[in-house]
Write a protein that binds this ligand. Sequence first.
Ligand SMILES: [Zn+2]
Length: 468
Amino acid sequence: MQIGITIPLREFLKWKPFPPNCEEPLIFCWDAHRIKVDGRVMLVVCNAANRFAGVTAMRGNDWKRLGETCVELVRTSMTECGFSPSAVEEYLIRAGAVEFGRTHGRKAVGCMNRMIDTLLWSQCDHDEQFQAYLTHIVNEQDLGSCAAHEGQGYATERMAQDLSAMGIDPYGMPPDALDDEFSDTDIDQDVTPEDNALEDIAREVDAIIAAMDAEAANASPEAQEAAQNLAKQIASIARAMRIERGHDPACPPVEGVACTVCGTNPRVFLGAIPYCLNCYNELTERLMGAPHVTNDASVLAVFGKDGDMLQFGVERMLTPPFARWAAHEVVEDDDPRHDTGYVGIEVCIDANVAEDQEETLAKLWEKAQEAVSRPSTYVHEHSGRISNGAHVGDKVHFAANSGWGRIIEDEHGHYSIIIDGQRYDAEQFLGLFTGYTGFNLYWQIHDRGDDLPEPWEITESYKRRGLM
Ligand SMILES: [Zn+2]
């Protein structure tokens, strides 16, 4: 489950900016935002596909266990709005472990913002934490649009449609398989009963197992055993890593808030257990039997157009079967808006996990250098949102936008094209897209009288036809 943290919430949590999200079906993506309703501080989570949302009041400590809080809020809101417990659990299992990241695009965030406008004028329940009344209002009485469906609708109905499309009966009876499958998980082999760590580890293993994919619940005894072995392995690796770092093997250094191994900034959640990026990578590498690569502090220096040097911070995250490497430009200036966000250029590549680090860095450097010479992304100053765009001088043509163009032929029979008032010859026109080398592009040519579809509608119809 990918939870997109809005920039104001991220700043409130004092978390670092996120690298680009890994691709995930929109139905498993939620955006999280912090608002004040009727004098109480609330967390809102909103599904990126269908705008289904949950609202809960927050106490100080809830922010420190945000992963669990979000999952709990999704579970409670769905149940509150009438989905059967088995449908909700099935959905949560398929959604997988919580991973925090960026918000999920203009359309999804726009729909959430419109919904939040409704909430801001509402009254809250001062006695309860979970806001059942507000959750009903946004999901069942607020007619609106959402990213993955056409036209206007109610969020609960959209969620029901999305669950059905995934083969989950939204209001179905629980199958037998949802009994407490793993309650007697045999994890105490190398832990004595009086060791009070047992409970912690059991909780950790439960959480990891719960996060494993949907098959696990209905799987054969062999598959169940394999899942249990994997969870045991993860728990024992985390334990070994704690010892290596000089921490108490049984206890996370700081409860819930920080990386369970080393106590730094959490980034990835396996079940409800937080890991920093480096520990998560190391754990995954050990599971895969690959050597550990530490590259927390890699910086690439790239030459800008005027011969000045630009610095790129490198971050690597294992998403088996590959490692995703992201390089983002480090911008230092006096503009306070640039303090916490990624501004500037950003590139990433997916490399083979076993690939030589130097080789991967060299490829990343090349891509960053190419991007500096001809940037293909643009970070909007106020929202922090990133668009693909073709840069020409001071102008940026956004890939998702539409503009007016005209093809003209001069007296020598040479063709050129005029886009938004600027003239390009054939080579310059193609040059606009060299930043997209290797991308699949989708072009549409319309007459002036055509009704232009929204960019997300194009993407959806493309997906429906299996072209994406
Ligand atoms: Zn760590």
